[in-house]
Design a protein around this ligand. Structure first.
Ligand SMILES: [Zn+2]
Length: 128
């Protein structure tokens, strides 16, 4: 038993899911919202302001970018036209963004219990 400290972050980015033959396969954007929950054993174990700063350090790299899977032919066209593209090893689905943020925050030394990524106001995925 312990405590959980939670922080939120928001970005706007475009993506597409190459494998999807429907509307998610077309380039489109979202206002992504992220909740990061950190396990702590005692009060003030984690400085919430540091935690927010570390979350922003990750999210600023994703903000106002086109998130694509490595190998997506759209990436070359966008790079050639000076667009900001960020490539992922997996399709940048809501699930994978939650997973990726979880792993980035673990690398920063946090004991992450869960990351939830909201793609729309009614669709989210969590990784724990
Ligand atoms: Zn989408």
């Amino acid at each position: 038993m312990g405590f959980e400290v939670a922080v939120e972050g928001r970005i706007e980015s475009a993506h597409r899911i190459m494998e999807d033959t429907g509307k998610c396969g077309k380039l489109h954007g979202h206002r992504w919202e992220f909740n990061v929950n950190i396990e702590v054993q005692y009060a003030l174990q984690v400085d919430a302001n540091d935690l927010k700063k570390h979350l922003q350090e990750v999210l600023v790299q994703w903000d106002h970018k086109v998130l694509l899977k490595r190998g997506d032919p759209l990436a070359e066209i966008l790079f050639a036209n000076a667009q900001h593209v960020l490539l992922f090893d997996e399709s940048p689905t809501v699930e994978h963004l939650a997973f990726r943020l979880h792993s980035e925050m673990c690398k920063k030394g946090y004991d992450v219990s869960a990351v939830t990524c909201w793609e729309t106001s009614t669709i989210s995925a969590s990784y724990s």
